[in-house]
Design a protein around this ligand. Sequence first.
Ligand SMILES: Cc1cc2nc3c(=O)[nH]c(=O)nc-3n(C[C@H](O)[C@H](O)[C@H](O)COP(=O)(O)OP(=O)(O)OC[C@H]3O[C@@H](n4cnc5c(N)ncnc54)[C@H](O)[C@@H]3O)c2cc1C
Length: 400
Amino acid sequence: MLAAGVAAASGAQAILLERGPMLGRKLRLTGKGRCNLTNAGDIESFIRAFEPNGRFLYGAFSRFFRDDLLKLLGRYGVVTKTERGGRIFPQSDSAVEVANALARWLQDMRVEVRLNARVKEVLCTDGAVAGLECYQGRMEAGAVVLATGGLSYPGTGSTGDGYRMAAALGHTIVPTAPALAPLYTAEAWVAELSGLTLKNVEAALVGRNSGRMAARQFGEMLFTHTGLSGPIILTLSRALRKLDEPADVVLDLKPARTAEQLAERFRRDFVGRKTFGAYLRELLPRSLAALFPSLTGIPAETRLSHMTGEQRRRLIEHLKGLRLRIRGTAPIEEAIVTAGGVCLKEVDPRTMMSRLVPGLFFAGEMLDLDACTGGYNLQAAFSTGAVAGQAAAAWVRNRP
Ligand SMILES: Cc1cc2nc3c(=O)[nH]c(=O)nc-3n(C[C@H](O)[C@H](O)[C@H](O)COP(=O)(O)OP(=O)(O)OC[C@H]3O[C@@H](n4cnc5c(N)ncnc54)[C@H](O)[C@@H]3O)c2cc1C
């Protein structure tokens, strides 16, 4: 959408071909329907979020960045707010509002939008782009921007067509993999907690053999019937690639208190006839409290006054370091973002034009770029789209 809109604003006759029945199907799902569209951080923090490939984005971010995006959306009535971690959302908490604003802008720019129009192949003459082969027939084009997304959430239309088209033209596709994906754990007991959200917890990704910590996150997570999900877990999943050994997630359920502070509190609290089970219900969400006796091996009916020093220590160990063994990530279809894609060495970062096929441009997730959560992935899609659209219009204008 950004590519088509900016190309039209730059004077080109732009046609947007969308295989699905509506524009921005994935955009409408983002941020749990709230759309974390960008981040308040500076360009450097964006580059870091995309490591190790972030440097490629300097060119795009320096040409079209957050303020350009917010100004554009602001013209169509989208007011934004900033939340924890610099995450920027529409004030309305509505991803649909963002998608509709972009659709209205495309109308104003006189972009011709063709829905249910699936592209099959990019056509070339003498090695340069000449048009497209769609399922409905052929069309001529002086330039083509491929922005077909990754492989995650294929129901939204991103099924990897663009990778196949780029590969057919000689582009290298860096092998794709799930990035920002829920984690599957070996512990079956997580199923009993399925649906439980924990806020203000800390999770660390740790190498099982070396004990090396690859990443640590503070915030919100979720138990699923097969493992863990939620913002901090998705971000940790991206760090899995840093470990070449089996990995564990270690949860600190009480990050605001040190082990010593907890020990002090328990020494004070553990008196009288109240049972351990009843005490746990004051300490933890109900479903987690119900599991803790079996996890710690301390019977729920134990009177607090009978708790031994060793039992207190075991309780603290589980509260400050609940360890879950990762047995894999959810498949790419369930990932938020796809890692891998069109090899960046074959794309000019100032224009997003292919270095192999003149007149062919790339934008968005189909490039070999992926970032942690925080609004970075959408901003990169918007920025590379805008740059590709402008460069594609200039390319058509200046063609010999
Ligand atoms: C559930 C979910 C939540 C997310 N939340 C956030 C968030 O809050 N913040 C954030 O920054 N990122 C988020 N992301 C990631 C973000 O949505 C993507 O990185 C972004 O949408 C990528 O944009 P894109 O334009 O490259 O691809 P897409 O948004 O996937 O768009 C590609 C489009 O190309 C069309 N297409 C594909 N093949 C063809 C073809 N052959 N012919 C014609 N059209 C075709 C598709 O139908 C699709 O509409 C989320 C992702 C998911 C799945």
